[in-house]
Design a protein around this ligand. Structure first.
Ligand code: SAM
Length: 235
């Protein structure tokens, strides 16, 4: 998969894409990143990419021509995303859909955002990573890149591990523990040391349900609950 990242700050991504699993995935050739800076597509000596908003208001707006020229560098049938707090909320479900794409374009806004006509010109999918406002779309783009990349075949060393992640089955993941068995009086739950496979599975399921009920009860509405789950949740 190739990510085309349209950004005024390509340097923002340097360390994030050069460490850990993303670095390994790049080295394996699973993912590729191409940076396109709208500033390279300006026509004045100051390389201007922003201007005052029509109708007044605070801040500056990213101008259409440099963004349009930057987008012309991307494949015509690529999936084009504009990062914006005004967009639809990005989710694991959306990541699964996007993981099937070959080329994804991520447009990172800055200042007050971009000239609104770009959305219509390119039928952009406008996505938000949460109900808060960031300085720019770069960290939002990184969120989306990581969520999608984890789902690509070959990305995880253990193919199954993302299937246990939170949201994969619409609920949150159970808690994890590792050595030592006891630390300052805090113990690992006994069942996890029992070696009893079916009891461990039952414990994991119940912990997932418990955490989901506590932190994100609305998720339980869309997930499949069997009789045992429902009885556990009633307690
Ligand atoms: N004036 C805009 C508004 O209130 O909707 C916010 C602009 S924000 C300071 C600059 C850029 O950061 C946006 O154009 C967008 O690309 C990015 N951004 C900010 N918050 C975001 C979020 N929650 N999700 C995705 N992108 C975001």
């Amino acid at each position: 998969m190739t990510f085309y990242i349209i950004t005024l700050f390509p340097e923002y991504f340097a360390s994030a894409l050069n460490c850990g699993q993303l670095k390994k995935a790049r080295e394996k050739g699973l993912i590729k990143f191409i940076f396109i800076n709208p500033r390279d597509f300006t026509e004045d000596k100051h390389k201007t990419v922003d201007d005052k908003p029509y109708g007044g208001g605070a801040g500056m707006v990213m101008m259409l021509p440099p963004l349009d020229r930057a987008l012309q560098q991307t494949p015509q049938n690529s999936y084009k995303i504009l990062l914006s707090p005004k967009g639809k909320l990005f989710s694991q479900e959306k990541a699964k859909i996007l993981a099937k794409q070959k080329d994804i374009v991520l447009i990172c806004g800055r200042y007050e955002g971009i000239d609104a006509r770009l959305e219509e010109m390119y039928s952009l999918d406008v996505l938000s990573v949460g109900d808060y406002v960031l300085n720019g779309g770069e960290s939002a783009a990184l969120n989306i890149i990581e969520a999608i990349s984890r789902l690509l075949p070959g990305f995880m060393s253990k193919e199954e591990s993302f299937k246990e992640d939170s949201f994969f089955n619409d609920i949150l993941e159970y808690p994890h523990y590792t050595r030592p068995e006891e630390y300052k009086g805090y113990k690992v739950p006994q069942v996890l040391l029992s070696g009893h496979h079916s009891k461990i599975l039952k414990w994991k399921r119940q912990k997932s349900l418990e955490i989901t009920l506590k932190n994100r009860p609305e998720l339980l509405i869309k997930t499949y609950l069997n009789q045992e789950d429902r009885e556990f949740l009633k307690k």
